[in-house]
Design a protein around this ligand. Structure first.
Ligand SMILES: Cc1cc2nc3c(=O)[nH]c(=O)nc-3n(C[C@H](O)[C@H](O)[C@H](O)COP(=O)(O)OP(=O)(O)OC[C@H]3O[C@@H](n4cnc5c(N)ncnc54)[C@H](O)[C@@H]3O)c2cc1C
Length: 482
């Protein structure tokens, strides 16, 4: 299918919405489509900054009438592959946020980041199930399952959603709960952006008391000792405890604290909710496995979540590759040390093992499509995506994946899958049965596969190469943004 939108069509869009519309010729276009991952340059034909659900609905209807594909972006933290062509709807202005402290629930607009929820919830002694950084969008994270810091205790963030408000491919606004549109509700929990644009979401919060968490750093020379201790330690962890360890080759950058700048270190991350003395005792085997450079574990407020993983808080150009492990055995340990151990030159700045299990392994109703419930660890690599390293990264990632294959799980976790290389890889986060359910729902709700960007099932039906050609070449920014 081919489609065009004329200059007057775009003016019609502008008349039907309240938020700004940008063509590539407009100075506001580049900041509107910019992603957190600087190596991904989205190039839609048109960008639209929605203010509310009505705006999203009007824009999707406008695109549907013209057969134009639609993508969605909030913070751009999940920009693993570039969006090319079509209409990009940016939700970053949709910042509705309210908390009901009695019911312990939150309601967020599609553009809200975890930081805002964490800070407001903390004033009521509550917390949401955010992951390693509060900079990501609550909705995009949760649609991908949402692997929280305290996931072993509480499960995935998507296990605790009460309602989604969704705009489907025909522009219809739907409230989706386990009673209203149940199959859609199940498929949105882990189904990412396959089925429409979520404009708001309601979910449960949890008591924030008694957190004990933080990170420990070891000199990279102790990687064999720390990795072995980690492997032997994690099976004993109670569900109240979550842990991960990362091989970090830290760049010489001002954003890195002085003692760690330019160093190869092992970063152990730990979080426990419960009695502080027990939390500390549980961590003891890791404290004594090797001399550490820094121990920043202790009682923690939920507003300090970001200090546990110390993820970058400024946009960076990265290429990522993630998969799941069924086990961490001696063979996997040897493979990790061959690729990331002392004395090895690797362009991979971060190679991270995150312990899964506990409540993450059980779906409350068995109906959602979150991948990775059966895996023991998430394994994730990230590297700066700049020449000359960029060219070698696919080979480096494949070599590591191949060496870890005996312990690897066939699936991936969509939020930490990273850059997909082809259509098959793009669908890998979902088990075949989940893919079939997503395809069936898509055939009903989005038969032309309008939402065909990012991690989705199926191939685009719309030929994106000719879309809005005349608008782009007309350079109509003066009228569009007047
Ligand atoms: C530094 C860093 C740390 C991270 N840590 C974790 C972690 O601990 N646990 C975890 O689970 N994930 C983690 N992630 C992954 C993150 O959750 C995903 O990248 C997620 O997609 C980010 O959502 P976003 O809206 O911020 O990003 P965006 O790039 O804006 O969106 C990514 C995708 O989400 C979907 N999406 C976003 N908004 C909507 C919407 N309103 N309706 C429909 N679909 C939508 C779309 O498919 C879109 O392409 C991390 C990512 C980074 C960069």
């Amino acid at each position: 299918m081919q489609s065009h939108a004329s200059f007057s069509d775009v003016s019609e869009l502008q008349l039907n919405v309240h938020g700004p519309v940008f063509t590539p010729a407009d100075p506001g276009f580049a900041p509107e489509v910019a992603a957190f991952n600087l190596s991904t340059q989205h190039q839609p034909d048109l960008a639209f900054g929605a203010l509310d659900a009505e705006d999203v609905s009007a824009a999707v209807r406008w695109a549907a009438e013209r057969g134009i594909p639609v993508s969605v972006q909030s913070t751009g933290h999940g920009a693993t592959n570039a969006i090319e062509g079509g209409l990009l709807i940016s939700t970053r202005r949709m910042l509705e946020l309210s908390i009901d402290p009695i019911e312990k629930t939150a309601r967020v607009g599609a553009g809200v980041r975890w930081k805002a929820v964490v800070e407001l919830a903390a004033t009521f002694g509550l917390m949401g199930l955010c992951g390693s950084t509060t900079d990501v969008g609550v909705v995009g994270y949760t649609l991908g399952g949402g692997l929280p810091i305290l996931g072993r205790k509480y499960g995935f963030a998507s296990d605790h959603v009460i309602a989604f408000e969704l705009v489907t491919a025909d522009g219809t606004q739907r409230r989706v709960t386990k009673d209203e549109n149940p199959e859609l509700f199940h498929l949105l929990r882990g189904g990412k952006g396959n089925l429409g644009i979520v404009t708001a979401m309601e979910f449960h919060l949890f008591p924030a008391a008694d957190l004990y968490a933080g990170g420990m750093y070891f000199d990279g020379g102790y990687a064999p000792e720390v990795l072995r201790a980690f492997r032997e330690w994690v099976p004993s962890l109670p569900v109240e405890a979550s842990a991960s360890m990362a091989f970090l080759r830290l760049p010489e950058m001002d954003m890195i604290p002085e003692p760690l700048r330019g160093k190869f270190v092992i970063h152990l991350r730990y979080a426990y909710q419960g009695d502080a003395a027990t939390a500390s005792e549980v961590l003891e085997p890791m404290r004594s496995c090797a001399p550490f450079m820094m121990d920043a574990t202790g009682p923690l407020s939920p507003t300090q979540f970001d200090t546990i993983h110390q993820d970058p808080d400024q946009p960076v150009p990265v290429r990522e590759h993630g998969f799941l492990l069924d086990r961490l055995d001696e063979q996997a340990e040897d493979a990790l040390l061959r690729h990331f151990g002392p004395g090895v030159e690797s362009p991979v700045l971060l190679a991270e093992l995150r312990l899964l299990g506990g409540a993450l392994a059980k779906s409350a109703d068995g109906e959602d499509v979150v991948g990775g419930r059966d895996a023991a660890f998430s394994f994730f690599m990230g590297a700066i995506a700049a020449p000359p390293v960029l060219d070698v990264l696919p080979t480096v990632f494949s070599a590591v994946h191949e060496d870890l294959r005996p312990a690897a799980n066939a699936g991936t976790f969509v939020n930490l899958h990273g850059h997909f290389v082809d259509a098959e890889d793009r669908e890998r986060p979902w088990l075949p049965s989940a893919r079939e359910r997503l395809r069936k729902a898509k055939a009903e709700l989005d038969p032309k596969n309008m939402f065909s960007f990012g991690h989705v099932v199926g191939l685009p039906v719309i030929d994106q190469t000719v879309l809005l050609e005349d608008v782009v070449t007309a350079g109509g920014d003066a009228v569009l943004n007047s």
